[in-house]
Design a protein. Structure first.
Length: 320
């Protein structure tokens, strides 16, 4: 049966930590995602793709800092928009190549996506999200004074800027995304969690903040009435007691089990936690099913044979 699948992939899917960070390597790595998306399309599914941008936006900020004596600095929100274009192009190009090999002709479009955040979100009082390069104490203190940055000592002797991470409220380009989906396009949107914006009519400056990409993906999936929110990660299934002698993979989870395991600390915020939180957000907003798996098992997971499936009422589903 044809499904509308919103697939969320991380920025690390294009730049692996164990590989040189090059533009060329991004294209090579993107082919894995492109080939899986082509399999989904051939199986009759419609696809919306969201992506992270952690490595890429860090590189964009570093370039901005290194070139500050010769060109204007790029604020963080502009860097997010830049990476949406960069990653969108990489994915569009590899998808086009993969589809040609399979004699498919499905239009693909990348949309620079703004996401509304609340100016009164508590996150703006206590910035916590590290971004950009590391600085020594002298440079960090200068930036704190000159640019008004919030700086923390990330590790002994190494300092980083931190910015707020507010909750996404609304996808500004939702109607444009929906129109493309209804036309049968593959849509790439919400990159890096979206460019954060206020609805305060002040165009003098942007909002320098980081929106959680999985949470934005959950909201977009619910607003598009997607049948499946698929979150790609580095493992085939979610684990309980991860990396402990009692470790076990789970193929199904209920909404209540996710809440309980989160409370127990089974899903840390630095790894699986945001994905489980996004799953809960999607289900609480009327979503039907969340799948967490790796790219290699995605099609099999959509068909019910792999991955971790999260639903509110799994007993109502005819599991294979």
């Amino acid at each position: 049966m044809s499904k509308l699948v919103l697939l969320a992939v991380g920025g690390n899917a294009l730049i692996h930590s164990r590989q040189p960070a090059t533009a060329e390597q991004q294209f090579v790595n993107a082919m894995e995602t492109a080939n899986v998306m082509v399999q989904l399309i051939k199986a009759g599914h419609r696809v919306v793709l969201t992506h992270g941008n952690g490595p890429q936006v860090g590189a964009a900020l570093t370039r901005s800092e290194l070139a500050a004596a010769y060109a204007y600095r790029m604020p963080y929100d502009c860097c997010v928009a830049v990476t949406q274009g960069e990653i969108g192009y990489v994915l569009q190009y590899t998808l086009w190549q993969a589809m040609q090999q399979q004699h498919l002709h499905v239009p693909v479009v990348s949309l620079v996506t703004q996401v509304l955040v609340d100016k009164n979100d508590p996150a703006f009082i206590h910035p916590t999200k590290p971004i950009g390069p590391f600085y020594n104490k002298v440079v960090a203190e200068r930036y704190r004074k000159e640019l008004g940055w919030t700086i923390v000592e990330d590790s002994p002797g190494e300092f980083r800027r931190v910015v707020p991470s507010p909750e996404p409220k609304e996808i500004i380009e939702l109607d444009a995304i929906r129109a493309c989906v209804e036309k049968g396009f593959v849509v790439i949107a919400g990159g890096g969690g979206g460019v954060p914006v206020f609805n305060d009519h002040d165009i003098s400056k942007g909002v320098e903040a980081v929106i959680d990409k999985d949470l934005t993906s959950a909201i977009l999936a619910s607003q598009l009435a997607a049948d499946v929110l698929a979150i790609a990660t580095g493992v085939e299934r979610v684990y309980i007691d991860y990396r402990k002698p009692t470790q076990r993979a789970v193929s199904r989870l209920t909404e209540e089990e996710c809440k309980r395991y989160l409370a127990e600390g089974q899903f840390p915020q630095g790894s699986m936690g945001p994905k489980i939180q996004a799953a809960l957000t999607f289900l609480q907003r009327g979503g039907k099913e969340v799948i967490i798996t790796d790219i290699a098992h995605l099609l099999q997971a959509i068909e019910g044979g792999a991955g971790t499936h999260i639903q509110s009422f799994p007993e109502m589903v005819d599991w294979p």
